[in-house]
Write a protein that binds this ligand. Structure first.
Ligand code: COA
Length: 162
């Protein structure tokens, strides 16, 4: 590892407390962007939300598109360390959170998941699979409960899934 790489890693680690505990969302967004997370416009990140981006990984492990809201104490993971304990390499799988998604408080998202446009994830849910667009999911593991349907006047309605 050369000096520049060492400096980058140190800087990225120094940014973690700001990304988690910065007093305003714009500071948490800024720090996460500098850590290497891909973040679009008008994104709101709650306090103590952990977004996976190890300093030694160059590609973004998490992509957060425009207009996304990430609740208090989320944990969004783009890697699984368990293979390392069997002597294998860590598995990296990118998470994509499409535009206008809302993640409630204490949501955990597993590696490789894609959350579709305008989906809603209920508080304390564990997302293990892709979430279709315009769908509300809740629970551990998260399951769809409602669909978001747009009325002719532009407002939104919920359709309960049986
Ligand atoms: C997911 C959410 C948006 C759904 O709201 P809603 O459409 O009004 O849902 P309802 O209250 O009609 O609940 C529908 C069903 O889902 C269940 N449910 C709702 N939220 C749930 C959750 N987070 N986890 C598990 N089950 C949940 C309800 O118990 C209900 O079950 P039932 O039909 O068996 O009685 C909402 O419950 C939620 O979690 N919002 C996030 C709040 C939050 O995190 N705020 C802080 C952000 S920093």
């Amino acid at each position: 590892m050369d000096w520049r790489e060492l400096k980058h890693r140190f800087f990225a680690l120094f940014l973690v407390p700001i990304a988690l505990y910065g007093p305003w969302s714009f500071l948490r967004v800024w720090a996460n962007k500098l850590r290497g997370v891909t973040i679009g416009k008008n994104v709101w990140i709650g306090y103590d939300a952990f977004i996976d981006q190890p300093p030694d990984v160059k590609e973004s492990l998490v992509e957060i598109q425009d207009g996304v809201g990430i609740g208090f104490r989320n944990a969004i993971f783009g890697h699984d360390s368990s293979p390392k304990w069997r002597g294998e390499s860590i598995a990296f799988k990118k998470v994509v959170i499409e535009k206008n998604v809302y993640l409630g408080a204490n949501v955990t998202i597993m590696p490789g998941v894609r959350i579709g446009e305008s989906a809603v994830v209920g508080a304390c849910s564990l997302v293990t699979k892709d979430v279709p667009p315009f769908t509300v999911v809740v629970g551990v593991p998260a399951r769809p409960i409602k669909k978001l349907v747009q009325r002719e006047d532009g407002s939104w309605d919920f359709e309960v899934l049986k």
